[in-house]
Write a new protein. Structure first.
Length: 183
């Protein structure tokens, strides 16, 4: 299913279902070495997905969640290995009432990526999501144009120094981070 978020439209699957995550990779034509993020409805759902939250990540969560910030954290062992090539998981809470209601109805967590094929621009409307995915999804939850046109900023919180892996709506100055890496 494709659905709106506070950044761009996403496509989601059950984060605990290995076959569903495999279908998500196939639909997106996404390389397996690029993990699939997990979107949460509420902060209380984080402990089901992340095995720990470093203090530096907790500070970012307190300032920017819900919002367009994805954090790389240690992964709970119950998540299928297919979700990411390392023992980590990308996770965020979108600042979008419809997205969070959908995620809540889906059990509080959804493995999600932008609603497009890899290499295409992200979908910023329900119509674009439907067109980009060419009937590969059963439905699109259309909430009009997305409020943004950039995918979320990704920050790796697993090392001694926070690193921005993908720039997005929040930059290093917003986050007060000195290190910018590459995804």
């Amino acid at each position: 299913m494709a659905f709106p978020t506070d950044t761009v439209y996403g496509i989601g699957a059950d984060p605990f279902d290995e076959a569903a995550i495999g279908r998500l990779y196939a639909i997106k034509q996404r390389p397996m070495e690029k993990g699939i993020p997990v979107l949460l409805a509420d902060l209380a759902d984080l402990e089901r997905i992340a095995a720990g939250v470093p203090d530096s990540a907790a500070a970012l969560i307190g300032r920017f969640w819900p919002g367009p910030l994805t954090l790389i954290l240690p992964r709970q062992p119950l998540l299928p290995a297919i979700i990411a090539p390392e023992q980590t998981v990308a996770v965020r809470i979108p600042d979008h009432d419809v997205a969070r209601a959908f995620i809540r109805e889906a059990g509080g967590a959804v493995a999600a990526s932008s609603a497009n094929r890899s290499g295409q621009p992200p979908a910023t409307s329900g119509n674009e999501a439907w067109r980009y995915l060419d009937g590969l999804v059963a439905a699109v939850l259309d909430d009009g144009p997305s409020p943004g046109d950039l995918a979320s900023t990704i920050v790796d919180c697993t090392g001694p120094v926070l690193r921005i892996l993908r720039p997005g709506p929040l930059d290093a100055a917003d986050l007060e981070i000195d290190t910018v890496g590459s995804a």
